[in-house]
Design a protein. Structure first.
Length: 328
């Protein structure tokens, strides 16, 4: 997040770095200057205009209201407030105007949801949208640094013929942990009573909220792959109009904010996570018309889950707050 703020030259008069008591006292660099990390307490937010949170849902629930109470606008990366009806859930390319209705806390959506709605919003605006079925192929960095370390260690162990005990993935499972190296795990977060995982329900519910379409039909299957960074998604959509061509969809997306079209089968040009790392955009390709439904299309959507899926979208929300003169 600090790298993104620096890269985009976000206007900062003063910067305060807050973390747990364990990290307090450490130092970090920003724009060539050294900053001391302080302990995150309610009092630490006195005089803060904008607070970017990314410390886990329990911490956000405890400290975000305290920060807001002291006058800060909080942009929270966790799922703590995403479905709160009084908290806007924002992707600036999609629903920037929702920022006008915050009560001190703004939620940053789930990484896989963000890249999908960026790709779908231009289509929804021009041709309507009534159904979405998405299958995600998500990088282990979405589960944190320990998951990335586990992927690397397991890969080395398998190649060296050594045994190992999975400890991290799938995340939030209190029963079993599975090998991620050379594998695909069809579970991200805990299973709910309806058979969907919490990650899948996040995609379903957040998409409806961000797009303002309570009755939109959305279904999701989320899978963890042995990729370090970069989420990929296969997205099936049904639009309201029946005479839309693939060429029209391509032209629309190529001219849309935050999207890079990579779609040339003759040159084997399509988005891949290995090529999106460090890039701000959402990449879209493999656009095809469904073979059975005239109003249906298939898309392949890829993005850096640590940037547009997290840090970048948070900073873009902050930039929108400045643009809309909402920071006091």
């Amino acid at each position: 997040m600090l790298k993104t703020l620096e890269k985009r030259d976000f206007p900062i008069a003063s910067l305060k770095l807050l973390a747990s008591k364990r990290s307090a006292g450490k130092k970090m660099m920003f724009k060539g200057n050294e900053y001391l990390i302080e302990e995150a307490t309610p009092q630490a937010f006195e005089g803060v205009q904008l607070a970017l949170f990314s410390a886990g849902g329990a911490i956000s629930k405890e400290l975000a209201p305290e920060a807001a109470k002291r006058g800060a606008i909080v942009v929270d990366n966790t799922s703590a407030f995403r479905m709160d009806p009084n908290t806007p859930l924002v992707v600036p390319e999609v629903n920037e105007s929702a920022l006008n209705h915050h009560n001190g806390i703004i939620a940053n959506p789930n990484c896989s949801t963000i890249q999908m709605v960026v790709a779908l919003e231009p289509i929804r605006q021009k041709y309507g949208l009534n159904k979405v079925i998405v299958s995600t192929y998500q990088a282990v960095s979405g589960a944190g640094a320990k998951a990335v370390e586990e992927l690397n260690e397991q890969t080395r162990s398998i190649l060296d013929g050594e045994s190992f005990t999975p400890e991290v993935l799938p995340v939030s499972s209190d029963k079993k942990h599975y090998q991620i190296a050379f594998n695909a795990v069809p579970q991200i977060d805990k299973f709910q009573e309806n058979g969907y995982t919490f990650e899948e329900m996040k995609m379903i519910n957040e998409t409806k909220k961000i797009m303002g379409m309570e009755n939109l039909e959305v279904s999701a299957t989320c899978v963890r792959l042995p990729v370090e960074t970069g989420h990929s998604e296969s997205v099936y959509i049904e639009v309201d109009e029946e005479n839309v061509s693939v060429e029209e969809i391509k032209a629309l997306l190529a001219d849309s904010q935050g999207i890079v079209l990579q779609d040339d089968p003759s040159e084997q040009l399509y988005p891949m996570p290995a090529n999106c790392v460090g890039e701000d955009a959402v990449f879209v390709g493999r656009i095809r018309k469904d073979l059975d439904r005239a109003n249906a299309f298939h898309l392949w959507v890829v993005s850096d889950n640590l940037l547009k899926g997290a840090a970048l979208n948070s900073v873009q929300i902050a930039e929108s707050l400045v643009k809309l003169n909402l920071l006091k």
